[in-house]
Design a protein around this ligand. Structure first.
Ligand SMILES: *Cc1c(COP(=O)(O)O)cnc(C)c1O
Length: 424
């Protein structure tokens, strides 16, 4: 019994013996990939523990203030830990940052000055950033209307920077270079830290005054190094993705050069108050316990992504990245080819959830997104895409974006359910 796969219980979840066997065969053959990922997980665990110890994190930091939150020790310790973890000079880690998009918007407003040029070198950025830039609709709060000049350079095949074009287009103008690490709703793999290192060093050696910002959403702990270690001046991300380790209830962060983080704090709070205010609402414990668990949670998510890549590519679907390709985010893109299959896939993921498993996800419009979107996430934290989730905009080539799963067992179950649903 102990050595048998749990066929019977899986059957109860609508997963056939065949699918269980297929999954187990793939898991077996992915041994080397998983060993590599486990090594990264272990390294990042050590890194987190080291930082928490060297910052003297203590029980007293889990207490919290009221009102203005002046001198909130937990908030200050959290920001110290984040800064050290990312090798940054300073960081903002706040419940007042409502999402990744908000963190990125604060970051962009903080790093850019009036009249600067924003050079995006990773193709059109994530949907929800477009209104911040002001590229589609006129909005006098957008960066464009505040006098920022915006240029976009597309990535080449396989998420490679167009080095020639990038270096050619740099000149003496004050410029911020912007990179989106994760795929977003596109068909490319994530941009690896090694690729960033290569282009950032070339940019900085020719143009030392260029500032570099990276959208780090979905990227934390997938590799052993983070973007600031290879030359980024500012990074931003969401706490209900990788780095919150599934325990953070909300929030976002920016980290980087002290002068830029200070500008961000003036924008988030006020020019007079800067970092000094902002209640932590007792979230410090979950932020930091989440951070402690994050390397393991990211590892579980990757376990599912790699399994999905392997199983769906065997069925003939295009997958990005491939199961044994280098990863720098937790997202698995699967080109299902039709709206119906996307719908089936997302319904299967929803039905695998611990929360709202009986709810049926449908395509609908969503704030910040241009196309209708379907989202499956029966999560303990609403919208937390570090938990087992899948989403897709209704547009060519009808790919689904699968990610998350805070335990390996759950990730495996989700992938098997999704697999079963497209076989039907
Ligand atoms: C999720 C995500 C965002 C936006 O984050 P929200 O928290 O949903 O606002 C931005 N960029 C990338 C690459 C993302 O994956």
């Amino acid at each position: 019994m102990e050595n048998q796969p749990n066929y019977e219980y899986y059957m109860k979840f609508g997963i056939s013996k065949h699918t269980v066997d297929v999954a187990d065969r793939h898991i077996h053959s992915l041994k080397e990939v998983y060993e590599k990922q486990d090594r990264i997980r272990e390294y990042n665990f050590l890194k987190v523990l080291d930082v928490m110890q060297s910052c003297h994190l203590s029980e007293t930091h889990f207490g919290w203030e009221t009102g203005y939150g002046i001198g909130d020790m937990g908030r200050e310790k959290t920001e110290e830990i984040y800064a050290k973890l990312f090798k940054a000079e300073d960081a903002l880690v706040r419940t007042q940052i409502v999402s990744g998009t908000h963190a990125l918007t604060i970051g962009l407003r903080g790093i850019l000055h009036r009249g600067d040029r924003l050079l995006i070198i990773s193709s059109m950025p994530y949907d929800t950033i477009i209104p911040t830039l002001g590229l589609q609709e006129e909005d006098d709060t957008s960066l464009l209307s505040m006098g920022v000049e915006i240029d976009i350079i597309d990535l080449l095949e396989n998420a490679t920077f167009d080095e020639e074009k990038i270096l050619e287009s740099l000149d003496e103008r004050p410029t911020v270079v912007y990179v989106q690490r994760s795929s977003g709703y596109s068909q490319r793999p994530a941009i690896t830290i090694a690729k960033m290192e290569d282009i950032f060093s070339k940019i900085k050696s020719g143009y030392p005054h260029v500032r570099i910002m990276v959208d780090n959403c979905y990227g934390e702990f997938v590799e052993t190094r983070e973007p600031i270690e290879v030359g980024a001046d500012l990074i931003a991300g969401s706490l209900i993705k990788n780095i919150g380790g599934s325990l953070a209830l909300s929030g976002g962060y920016v980290a980087g050069r002290a002068d830029i983080v200070e500008r961000c704090s003036k924008i988030l709070i006020t020019p007079g108050l800067k970092k000094e205010c902002g209640l932590s609402f007792g979230q410090t414990r979950s932020f930091l316990q989440g951070l402690f668990l994050a390397p393991q949670v990211v590892n579980a998510a990757l376990y599912g992504s790699v399994l999905a890549a392997s199983m769906f590519s065997e069925l003939g679907y295009g997958v990005t990245p491939g199961s044994d390709e280098m990863r720098s985010d937790i997202v698995q893109v699967i080109e299902l080819g039709s709206k119906e299959k996307i719908s089936k896939f997302c319904k299967a993921i929803q039905s695998a959830a611990p929360i709202d498993s009986f709810v049926v996800p449908e395509f609908s419009p969503m704030a910040g997104y241009d196309n209708d979107i379907i989202m499956a996430a029966g999560a303990f934290v609403q919208g937390a895409s570090i938990e087992l989730s899948a989403d897709a905009p209704v547009r060519e080539p009808y790919s689904v974006y699968y990610q998350g799963g805070i335990t390996k067992d759950h990730a495996k179950l989700g992938v098997m359910k999704a697999y079963e649903s497209v076989l039907e």
